[in-house]
Ligand binder design. Structure first.
Ligand SMILES: NC(=O)c1ccc[n+]([C@@H]2O[C@H](COP(=O)([O-])OP(=O)(O)OC[C@H]3O[C@@H](n4cnc5c(N)ncnc54)[C@H](O)[C@@H]3O)[C@@H](O)[C@H]2O)c1
Ligand SMILES: CC(=O)N[C@@H]1[C@@H](OP(=O)(O)OP(=O)(O)OC[C@H]2O[C@@H](n3ccc(=O)[nH]c3=O)[C@H](O)[C@@H]2O)O[C@H](CO)[C@@H](O)[C@@H]1O
Length: 467
């Protein structure tokens, strides 16, 4: 990859002797080369925003298809408004390019932004191996005056106790010669550019004051929102993780309440909606499970690495992970009432990604639902307009038009993609008796289902919906 900015001066910001105005001028005129590591759902929008602001970004990704597509001006991330056009513009004007060689990026940038995956292992331990690899790569090219900014979500204390020593060891430099800060990505897929531009404040925490100063200056140019500087890097890491913990616990509360709906004999969704009119109440929405590689994973960034007991976090995880089973039990009970076994049933799952419009299947509820149904020898089909392959799922793939050519005993709405709004429910039929429709997300128009002669159960709705 040729360096498209080799002719311009190469400025660094950490411990810069220039005035703040000159530093900002350098940042905005392409004199501060930025390297972004990880060009995925979050990294590509972030690299684009950096390139739009600085005009000088080299992205690094180990996936050659990602790099090739980007260097052709194409956007591989689906469902991000404005991103394809922005990427095309930035690549054509030389503000953004990419390499598969993180070492090249490490030599190129004086600002290094890390936004690579931070998953968990099958044993629910944080897996920071990718972060470690990138840290070592950056360390090998780190120079005095550089700054490294961790945007990926990591367990608290990771930057101070894992990333810092690794950078110092790989570079032979120390904090004070280079900077290190945390600015966690707080964006949601599907609205990434809007969020990064400034839907809500960016949070900055530095290993030292100069790192915090430089990172505050950089994000002050990147976002229109406030930049909130917190005490240190660990606090910034904790802010991000706490947001996710709050969400997982609150979804678990909604799910537990939803499982009580029939015994309560009410529409729990209605009760939640009205309870939330109280400003101190923000009960989330029940569903067939909690997916994605954020919310179901972040609790383990606190449960696993620390000694302090975390019973609430673990219970919330257990409640949310029980929801696919709740769906399967509901299906079994419905068929049992007809004297039919799940092993004789044909079941269609609508929506396999973890939420609508996002091409991500990690921890998707449909994975567990299909697995548990298949384990009981049910015949399981799945439809998802966002997915080319459904190899990870225990089911047979159907296209949306194909579902009206077959008969099912039940249809489960797991993830309500907008394409499903075109389904003609009166065209769906069961080989004999009433089709059973399980609406996991309160996404359906109930009269359209019941007018078509189907039986409808919505998670959280215990009795008949009020008049
Ligand atoms: N997806 C979200 O909604 C979201 C929101 C906020 C924060 N985050 C956090 O952002 C980080 C990245 O998440 P994402 O959703 O963009 O992941 P992603 O899986 O969409 O993309 C990750 C990218 O990193 C690349 N990569 C993997 N190993 C690499 C390496 N060694 N060097 C360079 N690139 C490498 C992959 O090829 C991929 O393109 C994670 O820490 C995540 O927790 C995600
Ligand atoms: C704290 C927070 O908001 N973080 C957001 C979150 O974004 P996300 O893409 O992971 O999506 P979510 O909307 O959190 O959904 C996750 C799963 O929970 C299900 N769900 C959701 C709400 C509900 O009331 N009931 C549910 O059942 C849903 O169906 C899906 O399966 O994490 C990103 C990375 O940290 C953040 O950047 C982003 O801000």
């Amino acid at each position: 990859m040729t360096n498209h900015h080799s002719e311009t001066e190469r400025a660094s910001l950490y411990n810069s002797a220039q005035s703040v105005e000159s530093q900002i001028e350098a940042l905005r005129t392409g004199s501060v080369p930025v390297s972004v590591y990880g060009l995925g759902k979050m990294g590509l929008p972030l690299a684009a925003m950096y390139a739009k602001t600085t005009g000088n970004v080299l992205g690094a990704d180990i996936d050659s298809a990602v790099v090739e597509e980007l260097n052709e001006g194409h956007c591989h991330v689906k469902g991000e408004p404005e991103l394809p056009e922005l990427v095309a513009e930035l690549v054509s004007n030389g503000a953004l390019s990419a390499t598969t060689d993180p070492l090249e990026a490490a030599e190129y940038g004086t600002v290094h932004v890390v936004i690579v995956p931070t998953p968990i292992t099958a044993e629910h331990e944080p897996d920071l191996s990718i972060l470690d690899a990138v840290t070592d790569d950056i360390g090998s090219g780190l120079e005095t005056g550089d700054i490294v900014i961790i945007e990926c979500t990591v367990p608290p204390r990771t930057t101070a106790e894992r990333v810092r020593p690794a950078l110092e060891s790989a570079s032979g430099l120390s904090i004070g010669e280079f900077g290190l800060a945390v600015c966690p990505e707080r964006t949601s897929s599907g609205r990434a550019l809007r969020d990064i531009r400034g839907a809500y404040p960016k949070v900055v925490g530095g290993i030292d004051a100069e790192s915090a100063r430089v990172t505050e200056l950089v994000y002050g140019e990147l976002t229109d929102a406030d930049v909130l500087r917190v005490s240190d890097a660990t606090t910034a890491e904790a802010v991000k993780v706490f947001e996710g913990l709050y969400r997982d616990v609150n979804i678990a509360l909604a799910n537990e309440l939803a499982t009580m709906a029939e015994e309560l004999g009410i529409d729990v969704l209605e009760a939640i909606e009205v309870a939330n009119t109280q400003p101190y109440c923000d009960i989330h929405r029940p569903g067939p499970g909690v997916g994605g590689h954020c919310i179901p994973f972040y609790p383990y960034f606190v449960i696993a690495p620390f000694e302090t007991p975390t019973p609430l976090l673990e219970t919330a995880r257990a409640v949310n992970d029980s929801m696919p089973g709740f769906v399967v039990e509901k299906l079994g009970a419905e068929f049992e009432a007809e004297g039919m076994a799940l092993s004789d049933a044909s079941i269609l799952l609508l929506g396999l990604t973890y939420r609508p419009g996002v091409e991500e299947i990690r921890a998707s509820p449909s994975l567990a639902i299909a697995e548990q149904l298949s384990a009981q020898n049910a015949l399981v089909y799945g439809v998802d307009p966002m997915l080319e392959s459904v190899a990870e799922f225990d089911l047979q793939r159907l296209s949306l038009p194909e579902i009206e050519e077959r008969a099912f005993d039940a249809v489960v709405v797991v993830t309500p993609h907008e394409e499903f709004e075109s389904i003609q429910w009166d065209e769906l039929e069961r080989s004999s008796g009433q089709l059973f429709v399980l609406d996991g997300r309160d996404a359906l128009d109930a009269p359209a289902i019941t007018d078509a002669g189907h039986r409808l159960y919505t998670i959280g709705v215990g009795g008949d919906r009020g008049v």
